[in-house]
Design a protein around this ligand. Sequence first.
Ligand SMILES: NC(=O)c1ccc[n+]([C@@H]2O[C@H](COP(=O)([O-])OP(=O)(O)OC[C@H]3O[C@@H](n4cnc5c(N)ncnc54)[C@H](O)[C@@H]3O)[C@@H](O)[C@H]2O)c1
Length: 408
Amino acid sequence: MAEPTTTSRHDLGVGLISVGWMGKLHSRAYQALPYVYPETGIRPRLLHAADTAPDRVDYATDVLGYARGSTDYREVLADPEVDVVSICAPNMLHREIGLAAAEAGKPFWIEKPVGRNVEDTAAVAAAANAAGLVTSIGFNYRHAPAVEHSRELVASGALGRVTNVRAVFFSGYASEPKGALSWRFNRELAGSGALGDLFSHVVDLVQYVVGPVAEVTALTSTVYTERPILPMGSATHFAVIEDGELGPVENEDYAAALVRFAGEAQGAGAVGTLEASRTIVGPQCGLAFELYGTDGSLAWNFEQMNELRVCLGRGGAHQGYTTVLGNAELGDYARFQPGPGIGMGYDDLKVTEAKKFLVAVVGGERRNCSVDDALSAAEVVAAAERSAADGSWQKVPAVTGTTAARRG
Ligand SMILES: NC(=O)c1ccc[n+]([C@@H]2O[C@H](COP(=O)([O-])OP(=O)(O)OC[C@H]3O[C@@H](n4cnc5c(N)ncnc54)[C@H](O)[C@@H]3O)[C@@H](O)[C@H]2O)c1
């Protein structure tokens, strides 16, 4: 592959709010961007990081390379050298910090699910759109080359009309009964459980590939009702605590939904099942979909991220699925690997996410996943919550301006 040539140079000062798992990953994505996408001319400079845990501020300056640190996120937003902000705080802070970033006029890359509920997400979306800001959401799985290719195959009609979809996020991060009671299990701090945390990824994925979800009926369950307490900012939600004091799990471990897709394009009339679990034993990070069309099918699982199973047409000697490995024809694969069949990883998806965000910030192509996509996913999650409470079918309000609805 010829090296892309650089156009004009864009130096951008980066602010980071919260130095947990995602905060570190956003930082590494900004650092990798100039190597992976040199032709963008974008040169992120890690300037100012904040976390309420002082040792994490030290980590940001001493290890990640931020020029300065703070224990108050407001100092990041007030920093005149900060051009863009990553908001990687727990869900209960998304609304407050998202609104503050919009008021400060800083384009922001915020982690999913953008708040604890659809009201939080709608408030952040309204503020960002009113301020005319470019935004980016941490729905990283949509950037996997196999997923980008699946979206193209659906849009081109290669599968015919999509008839039915099965999609799941089966994660085992809370399968251990003594797994820590992090903020994720508290309604005030996280909002919903598996719905906001995992099901939102499933929704974004199927909406990105197939089209908007229009109607839903759902059920939820909680597998473990108590867990050992984990103080904020210490360890991750994968931690296991042997003899800790127990606290209540306040949201669902599992959710399942039947959905109808909106009557648009290749997804017209499609139906499907969507599920999420954080306590499953077996699958580890099993975000997966199967798409069935009148002329073909696709199957993908993040646990084998570099493999797409494709079936096009009904007959012939090779009927049924063929496994296609990562190659230069799929999404941005060629930016990461020089030849086919060499595995990409989770962190690479964040580099593509950073690139889509910052290209839009400097006035280029708008392929970024935006607050409108976050609101669209939150509307589906809210409809699933309402349905789970009374067993009804719930309509999902349509959201305009999403990249999911914009084909190509
Ligand atoms: N896109 C993905 O695949 C993905 C994966 C994991 C998490 N997430 C999302 O990322 C967000 C963060 O999750 P995480 O796993 O990185 O959490 P984490 O628990 O690893 O880190 C959260 C950090 O926020 C800090 N914090 C708490 N209060 C703060 C405040 N007032 N100001 C500044 N910092 C504060 C904590 O000290 C901690 O360092 C969540 O919204 C989560 O849903 C997304």
